[in-house]
Write a protein that binds this ligand. Sequence first.
Ligand SMILES: *Cc1c(COP(=O)(O)O)cnc(C)c1O
Length: 410
Amino acid sequence: MNLPIYMDNASTTRTDPRVVEAMLPYFTEIYGNSASRNHAFGWAAEAGVDRAREQAASLIGAGPKEIVWTSGSTESNNLAIKGAAQMYAKAPVGEKGRGHIITCIIEHKAVLDPCKRLERDGFDVTYLEPGSNGIVTADLVRAAMRDDTILVTIMWANNEIGTINDIRSIGAVCREHGAVFHTDATQWVGKMPTDVERDNVDLMSWSSHKIYGPGGVGALYVRRRRPRVRLQAQLDGGGHERGMRSGTLNVPGIVGFGAACEICENEMESEGERLLALRLKMENELKGLMDVVEVNGHAEQRLPHLTNISFGFVEGESLMMGIKDIACSSGSACTSASLEPSYVLKGLGLGDELAHSSLRLSLGRWSTEEEVDFAIKSIHEAVEHLRVLSPLYDLHNEGIDITKIVWQSH
Ligand SMILES: *Cc1c(COP(=O)(O)O)cnc(C)c1O
């Protein structure tokens, strides 16, 4: 086992060597511009892109013409959210009342920030609050629907806590109300079976580097029939990708993304089972070894490979320092110089202290049981060590409810 061990697969994944193998010829041999229609270099590149389009479409139950290549999920979300809002706006630019959008407070910033911009541009946005288990229900969405609701954007699985929303039911509510439904499926696609027909999805973002493909490539699924969804392009240029996303395609990256999609389609079931067993082991052993350990988000409705755990009575930064050999994320979002507690954990109702002393551990294709055992041992040792130094933990052990004392100190 090599140290440090990688348990941050929700941030990004190692590119699968099989993916790299598939990409290599497209740098030095098949190097044409896939938009060049006049020669064999262009045709060969286009054939690689077409194959990748089939592979990406197959993974999600779509048609190849419903795939738009982008630079990643941030761009896919921007194109979907701004592109749909602008296309279906009920009033011209500069006016108020351009239409209503529904999203949720624990979405990724790549959804929240485009929504905020649309608010400045005259749209109304409702930010749903999922409650302590992190699930956005179809009932919550239904209750927020208005006559002028044009777009709903709710993530499939949350990147910090791994909770899974019932996308099929939310999609059905959107259909009933005639609202376009977008889902940021970056943490879901490639890990769990996806069928945009069955699941009532109109627009869906996902990203290559989260599924063992290269960075800088992503896709947006855009429904073509029943109903056809139209988007306002966000880039003006050569009219690539059926006018929805101009720019010369990243052919090696797209070929790699396609290969990554195919591998996921073939292996997700066995991989998911294996990682689920490892994740459950990690959660159960950590909870068995220590008290005041909480798994954040819904207990069952969650991704197999990702967990987010709060450890009471330890200081977050010290905990991270104590587990230097484990590459993972903490419940602190490092924005500029200040250490802010995660808005996702706060959105579930966690206090600042507990949000800071939370770890997101995300397993991946090369995670081993040995690594999981090592992580359990390291985290256990670090937490115990810090609690020995904690007078509050002593009080807690004496049966004193210290919650009030903690809060009064703020
Ligand atoms: C990683 C991530 C993104 C951003 O994706 P990029 O491809 O890095 O732009 C957006 N949404 C979610 C849920 C993510 O996990």
